[in-house]
Design a protein around this ligand. Structure first.
Ligand SMILES: Cc1cc2nc3c(=O)[nH]c(=O)nc-3n(C[C@H](O)[C@H](O)[C@H](O)COP(=O)(O)O)c2cc1C
Length: 198
């Protein structure tokens, strides 16, 4: 565990970890890091994020098989004396071993802000802070992570596989989501209901 580190130290040491142990990570810990992600700022408190945790070995293998071949081909074009060689070797190892890592967490989001004219740029403005929170929270729990974008090579297929709506569908649905109560509002309502029952 890395709990003896203070917040600054956690941030300082929150490096990409690409050679991960295969030991299972309890669902409770995964949910804690996702919860920490949802404490991130978002434009207008829109909280336009969804998290898909994949632990199933067969699914992870399918995702690996979709991503690894094109990424390996792409890496093969990078000169071997490149300063990036070591990182690319580790990234290649990660992509080849994706089915063996304990969990993949997909951070997704609808195009939902501003509600009157949703723009894609605002999706990223919510997802990146949430992802950074997730990485630091994982580090604080002694879990290694790497933020990746190499899955974009098979984004359409991965969306299909995991039942994540395609991007154009998300864009249409995004504005509807803004009408829903925020997570904090839902939590407050649930607490009020519990109090009235007790
Ligand atoms: C937007 C973004 C995309 C990234 N995509 C990948 C990726 O596809 N594969 C990967 O192995 N690392 C990826 N990384 C991790 C970076 O390579 C890493 O943060 C950077 O090299 C610094 O390394 P360090 O964390 O070990 O200091 C990504 C990081 C960011 C912020």
């Amino acid at each position: 565990m890395a709990e003896q580190l203070n917040t600054i130290e956690l941030m300082e040491t929150c490096n990409a970890v690409r050679r991960l142990k295969h030991d299972p990570v309890p669902q409770e810990l995964l949910e804690r890091v996702v919860y920490a992600a949802t404490r991130a700022p978002s434009p207008g408190n829109s909280q336009g994020w969804d998290f898909v945790i994949v632990r199933d070995s067969a699914l992870k293998k399918k995702i690996r098989d979709l991503i690894a071949p094109p990424i390996e081909a792409m890496f093969a074009t990078v000169p071997r004396d490149s300063k990036m060689s070591r990182m690319l070797d580790d990234a290649k190892y990660l992509v080849q071993s994706l089915h063996e890592v304990p969990a993949l967490i997909f951070v997704c989001g609808p195009v939902c802000y501003p509600p009157q004219a949703p723009q894609e740029a605002f999706v990223w403005s919510a997802l990146y802070p949430a992802t950074q929170n997730l990485l630091v929270a994982a580090r604080s729990l002694g879990l290694g992570t790497t933020m990746t974008t190499f899955q974009m090579v098979a984004e359409k297929e991965i969306r299909e596989l995991l039942g994540i709506p395609q991007a154009d569908q998300v864009r249409r649905d995004g504005a509807d989501r803004m009408a829903r109560p925020s997570l904090r509002a839902r939590e407050a309502q649930a607490a009020a209901e519990r109090a009235s029952l007790g």
